[in-house]
Design a binder for this molecule. Sequence first.
Ligand SMILES: Cc1cc2nc3c(=O)[nH]c(=O)nc-3n(C[C@H](O)[C@H](O)[C@H](O)COP(=O)(O)O)c2cc1C
Length: 221
Amino acid sequence: MELEPDGLGVAAVLQDCEHERTRAARPPQRPWWLMWADLHVMWRSMGGPEAGIRILGIVGSLGARSSNLTLLETAASVAPDGIEVLLYTRLGELPYFDPDIDPDDAPPAVRALRQAIAASDAVLIAAPEYGHSLPGVLKNGIDWLIGSGELERKVVAITASVPHSERGRQGLAALRQTLGAVRAVIVSDEPIVRGSASEATMRDVLRRLVDGVRETRRRSG
Ligand SMILES: Cc1cc2nc3c(=O)[nH]c(=O)nc-3n(C[C@H](O)[C@H](O)[C@H](O)COP(=O)(O)O)c2cc1C
């Protein structure tokens, strides 16, 4: 289930991150958002009974009819109560990573991505394999995050929407290697075969992400 952005100070960014298809399906802003947001923030800051979990879904394909985007939309639709899945579909708007740019002076699109990740408990990346590796736009996005640290020790699941189970694995292996540079905690890295079982498989991926977030919270007290 996809919940509305809350009041953690990044609602605008996250709302902006949502895909137009998702946004188009939404009703206009409702006043109860604010009430819910206030309660949600209070709930999180009190740490219990258990703080809600926000997962940022990042699609590694720029295709308008991307099967990986469809997979993330499935994640948003099957997420249980208390688990919020928001979609980020704007990797194509990031400029090429440039090490000469002052980290405090990053372009707005980069700052938006960094904020969206910082405001999330976990990240779910669904990306195609291109040329036996990860897509260039995704690598570029991660390059922008390596120095700034938002992915550092983040709980992350990676997957690829594939026609059969042997496809996509080299792309996922390359993505896993890149995420190793930020010591991301990878809780799942299997491709998901398109078809009737994909919803159940995605539920399992979400469970792993939630378990990873709970473990991180438990360790940090
Ligand atoms: C330029 C290009 C290179 C590709 N390279 C691979 C590849 O190396 N291995 C693979 O399994 N699929 C490869 N594919 C297939 C894509 O990974 C596959 O079509 C994927 O589902 C596309 O994802 P999307 O629907 O989210 O855009 C390639 C596709 C394109 C267009």
